[in-house]
Ligand binder design. Structure first.
Ligand code: ATP
Length: 237
């Protein structure tokens, strides 16, 4: 697009000790946009999300939010700047109720956004019914909804979603992905990590495929052939 990206990742690297997990990754997210990151196990998708979120320290390269560098900020600072992460595995507080889990996300709240308990219950009506239930009493899909709602409670400009469909039934995945357009309409842009290529192509306006810590293919879903994706996903020998 013509305008400045909301989020720009430039030549980003990351390491776990001596092991290099990211090799010069570039990624752009437009305001209100949705990009998907696909790739096999171990490709570096989670590492990229955690590095953007400030959970992992970046090596070289930059992460720019509205043109300002954020790659040296710690995770709470990144959240305060408007980048919220829905971690893989949901990570709810099991002894707290649905509502209490959501309110934890309001801790770093920016005042003027659209998200609050009522709008999140409108997004996922089952959570309104279950609002007094402890996290442990929820199905996997409901827990995922709480994890998304909790991240939205900070009124983020960017929502990073790590494998939100993992282990869920197709009907539940459909319900969760139905929320994506409504989240985008609220002005929150989204990055999803998704193992399901078909799902990624459906939901995103731009797709990045990673393999062994590198982006091996990127483009609009309509411009990517199945063959090219297959090669970028599994490698060509
Ligand atoms: P998955 O779908 O399995 O989550 P992924 O694409 O998200 O895969 P990452 O979890 O980012 O991949 O892992 C990228 C590489 O970094 C892998 O080789 C993995 O073994 C390695 N790695 C991930 N976490 C750590 C860690 N805490 N310590 C050392 N190596 C790690």
């Amino acid at each position: 697009s013509e305008g400045e990206p909301l989020l720009a990742v430039e030549a980003l690297t990351a390491h776990y000790g001596d092991f290099q997990a990211l090799f010069g990754v570039d990624l752009h997210l437009d305001p209100g946009g949705c990009v998907a990151i696909i790739g096999a196990n171990g490709a570096g998708k989670t590492t990229l999300m955690r590095t953007i979120a400030g959970i992992l320290r970046a090596g070289a390269g930059r992460v720019l939010l509205d043109g300002a560098e954020i790659q040296r900020l710690a995770a709470p600072e990144v959240l305060r700047h408007g980048v919220a992460m829905v971690p893989e595995g949901r990570k709810l507080f099991p002894s707290l109720s649905v509502e209490e889990n959501l309110l934890i996300g309001a801790h770093e709240r920016k005042g003027d956004g659209r998200w609050n308990l009522e709008t999140i219950y409108d997004l996922f009506p089952i959570l309104r019914e279950r609002r007094r239930n402890p996290g442990t009493a929820l199905s996997g899909g409901q827990q995922q909804m709480v994890a998304i709602g909790r991240a939205l409670m900070s009124n983020p400009r960017v929502l990073l979603c790590d494998e939100i469909s993992l282990g869920l039934a197709p009907v539940v995945i459909r319900d969760i992905y139905a929320a994506v357009p409504r989240i985008r309409e609220s002005g929150t842009a989204i990055v999803v990590v998704e193992q399901d290529i078909g799902q990624a192509l459906k939901i995103a306006d731009y797709v990045y495929c990673m393999m062994e810590g590198r982006v091996t293919l990127s483009g609009r879903p309509s411009d990517l052939s199945r063959e090219a994706i297959h090669d970028a996903y599994f490698g060509v020998s």
